[in-house]
Design a protein around this ligand. Structure first.
Ligand SMILES: O=C(O)CCC(=O)C(=O)O
Ligand SMILES: [Fe+2]
Length: 295
């Protein structure tokens, strides 16, 4: 455990092998499939409070795909248990202490054959509002990525740049949608990063990757013929954040309450939904003049 803490602090990422057992991973895989089917019921991106299904008509796959689902814990008892399970507490507590809130709870898909399956290099601080975006909160947050499927070079496993978290906020890919185009080496070099240091985090199902809010990471497209499903849960030391759903209070797992809390979705109170977001950030939507509304 101490090695893991040290590695996250010095390298900006670490991998917990065999975090879930094969049977837990199989249950999660089946539930993730169920959530995908749930998402496909919607013709476009759908928001209901913190719950979000990002649904696209993918121009290459020529079919509707689900790219992300946020806060499925509101629909799925298994997801609700998983996000605040003892196993997560055991991994998080050495970094964050015993009072922990959760900021993101998302499943990402990279459907084989689809056009939009890559993520430009970035730091997750880009997607945070409020004080924890500040570099001084480097040690207040941890993001976790759980391999539901095998994560390989071919299917677009997460790629990280070791020690990049020490450089502060670099503004990478701040200029546009994160899933359009791919980061050029030149952009990394301009930010003081060496592209030859990139590590692809290949993982078996059930392995868990941890990284910081400032670790530079991205992922390549899925060029394989199999899925790449990845569950991202990010957590914050409760004393440092107004936002988030409780996950653990004094080490005790806390279920979702009657009312959702503001996590990443800013307009939760003014525009709770449910509603559809018809326009999207794809090149196709942009050239059709549909705007560029990020969910
Ligand atoms: O799913 C991925 O490969 C990366 C996603 C990511 O980094 C993000 O959503 O911030
Ligand atoms: Fe990210």
């Amino acid at each position: 455990m101490q090695d893991r803490v040290a590695e996250l602090i010095t390298e900006g990422y670490t991998i917990v092998r065999g975090f879930l057992s094969p049977s837990e991973t199989a249950d999660l895989s089946a539930e993730t499939h169920r959530m995908y089917q749930e998402g496909l019921k919607h013709h476009a991106t759908y928001r209901d409070k913190n719950l979000l299904f990002e649904v696209l008509n993918d121009p290459k796959a020529n079919r509707r795909i689900v790219l992300q689902a946020h806060w499925t814990a509101w629909l799925s008892p298994l997801m609700e248990q998983m996000r605040r399970s003892e196993k997560y507490f055991a991994v998080l507590e050495p970094f964050l202490g015993a009072d922990i809130k959760q900021i993101s709870h998302q499943v990402h898909w990279k459907p084989p054959g689809a056009k939009y399956t890559s993520y430009r290099f970035h730091q997750d601080a880009r997607f945070r509002e409020g004080n924890v975006k500040d570099f001084s909160y480097l040690r207040s947050t941890v993001t976790t990525g759980l391999a539901i499927d095998r994560q390989t070079v071919e299917n677009g496993a997460l790629r990280v740049i070791p020690r990049s978290h020490r450089l502060g906020y670099l503004g990478l890919s701040d200029d546009g949608p994160i899933m359009v185009g791919q980061t050029q080496n030149e952009e990394l070099r301009r930010a003081g990063l060496d592209p030859s240091n990139i590590v692809t985090c290949e993982m078996e199902p059930g392995d868990l990757l941890l990284w910081t809010l400032f670790t530079v990471h991205g992922s390549a497209p899925n060029v394989s013929d199999y899925d790449r499903r990845f569950m991202i849960n990010s957590y914050v030391r409760a004393t440092d954040s107004e936002r988030g759903e409780w996950a653990f209070r004094d080490g005790v797992s806390i279920p979702l309450g009657a009312e959702p809390q503001i996590c990443k979705y800013e307009q939760l109170r003014e525009r709770p939904g449910p509603f559809y977001i018809e326009s999207d950030w794809t090149e196709e939507a942009k050239s059709a003049g549909a705007g560029n509304a990020q969910p």
